[in-house]
Design a protein. Structure first.
Length: 502
């Protein structure tokens, strides 16, 4: 058996060996340097020492001893001095880092005593735990400053720093001679210069882990930042946002006034695009773009990446003038939907100065939903205004023809024949009850006007009160349903149940 005793200033391990009917009660005492958990070695190259009060079988002890570092097992060499085992590190201990001493396994004394042992505790070297780090810095990352600041850069550290290593680890390329000033018991470093900074310039700075604390502990991690110089505080800003009609021959009718056209032509602000309104309060319509005017010239590459929308609205940005651009959606916005548009604050003007704050605005699209206003059945049937899901009694025409006219709330684009054709072919009429009803076939579909569609189906079976015959008329809604070619579509499916009578 064994007994572990912890005494002030060292760790003792007393081993008792029982074998062959007699007990060797002589204790094996182990002491260590460092002297227990959280102790500290005084120098970067101080050895770890394990001392025994008796001569040991050296291979068994060396096999059981392991020193760990933050990066894994620490490398080093063993050296014996009488009954003491020294571990000499290959690389000096780093101040402030947590190391581990572990003696685990079976060790054997030269007199034959053999027993398991387990010692495991952390220790430090040179300084106690806690690496220094940059607690704060000024100017803020990406901030704009003047060309002649009294203090170009200020770094605040969590611990007193070594001046030489810290100044050598700092990278900052500025005109003139760099002047360093230490304050707050070496926790604050201020940098200035004997020359002014260059205007309209981005300055980068960084400080590496080679910066050491007064105790020699390295910086916890690299830090970096940047700032921009300017001669004025006229930051980039958005002047106005308006809906724009695309240039002809884009198939969109123009309803603007001549004054707006003349203004656009006179100042060439919007190029061949035409203002469709004074602001974005009403929102853009189908096929329109979103024009943005700035107070000063904009860096075009950053502008092309600056737009974002919630809900998502894909598109591209076209530069119209040094101070204006248009966002062109690749598809129409959703009808009657509220969008939030954001122009990122990282947008830069032509001199590289950032806008700073995001520009946001909210608008509702000027695109209404499409509705079924009415339905009429037969040649000169009565016009009714049913709700979706209604059950309607109708009579089939001779030859088992079922005829009806759909009255839409909005006109269909006369130039978009695809939208008209898709509307007719997406509408379905299918047997509903009983299941044995034969299917019907679309006989013809004809637009009576831009908002009225006549459809005829053949093969409709008529029933009576004892044997009713029902059909289901479906006009699909949503973005992939029936649409009028001008951005409007049914908000949801429109369904009618038709009871066909003989």
């Amino acid at each position: 058996m064994f007994l572990l005793l912890i005494r002030a200033g060292f760790i003792s391990l007393i081993l008792l060996n029982v074998s062959c009917g007699f007990a060797d009660l002589r204790p094996i005492v182990i002491t260590t340097v460092p002297e227990g958990p959280w102790a500290m070695l005084p120098e970067p190259e101080s050895p770890v020492i394990v001392r025994f009060n008796t001569e040991m079988e050296k291979p068994s002890v060396e096999k059981a001893l392991q020193i760990t570092s933050p990066n894994g097992i620490a490398e080093g060499e063993f050296r014996w001095e009488e009954n003491d085992l020294y571990f000499i590190p290959s690389v000096p201990w780093k101040p402030g880092l947590r190391y581990g001493l572990k003696l685990s396994g079976t060790i054997t004394a030269c007199d034959g005593r053999e027993s398991p042992v387990f010692i495991d505790f952390p220790f430090f070297a040179v300084s106690h735990p806690g690496l220094p780090y940059v607690d704060a810095f000024s100017p803020a990352d990406g901030a704009s400053v003047g060309v002649s600041p009294s203090i170009i850069l200020e770094l605040n550290f969590s611990q007193p720093m070594d001046e030489r290593s810290t100044e050598d680890a700092l990278r900052l390329d500025i005109p003139g001679k760099r002047i360093s000033e230490w304050l707050d018991e070496n926790k604050t470093l201020r940098i200035s210069s004997d020359k002014p900074l260059n205007p309209w310039t981005v300055y980068h700075w960084s400080i590496s882990e080679k910066a050491l604390s007064r105790d020699g502990a390295p910086l916890a991690k690299d830090f970096s930042g940047r700032f921009i110089t300017d001669l004025e505080k006229d930051f980039l800003s958005v002047v106005r946002v308006i809906p724009l009609l695309p240039p002809e021959p884009f198939p969109v009718s123009y309803s603007g006034n001549a004054e707006a056209k003349a203004e656009a032509g006179a100042f060439a602000l919007w190029g061949s695009w035409i203002p469709a309104g004074a602001n974005l309060e009403q929102g853009p319509g189908s096929g329109q773009g979103i024009g943005v005017e700035f107070n000063k010239p904009v860096e075009s590459n950053s502008l092309r990446r600056a737009f974002s929308f919630v809900p998502s609205l894909p598109g591209r940005v076209e530069i119209l003038s040094p101070v204006s651009a248009v966002f062109i959606p690749s598809r129409d916005p959703e009808p009657e939907t509220v969008y939030n548009m954001r122009i990122s604050g990282v947008l830069r003007d032509s001199d590289g100065l950032m806008m700073g704050e995001d520009y946001t605005c909210t608008f509702k699209t000027d695109i209404p939903f499409l509705y079924i206003n009415a339905v009429s059945f037969g040649q000169d049937g009565e016009i009714i205004t049913p709700e979706s899901g209604s059950l309607i009694s109708v009579k089939a025409a001779p030859g088992r023809i079922l005829r009806y006219v759909l009255h839409f709330s909005l006109p269909f684009d006369s130039t978009d024949t695809a939208a008209r054709d898709e509307c007719a072919f997406r509408i379905t009429l299918r047997p509903f009850f009983p299941a044995t009803l034969p299917s019907v076939n679309l006989r013809s579909a004809r637009w009576l006007s831009s908002d009225r569609l006549l459809m005829e189906w053949e093969g409709a079976e008529g029933g009576n009160s004892e044997e009713p015959q029902h059909y289901r008329l479906l006009i699909p809604g949503g973005p992939n349903g029936v649409h009028n070619g001008r951005g409007s579509f049914l908000q949801s499916d429109f369904i009618l149940y038709l009871e066909v009578e003989k």
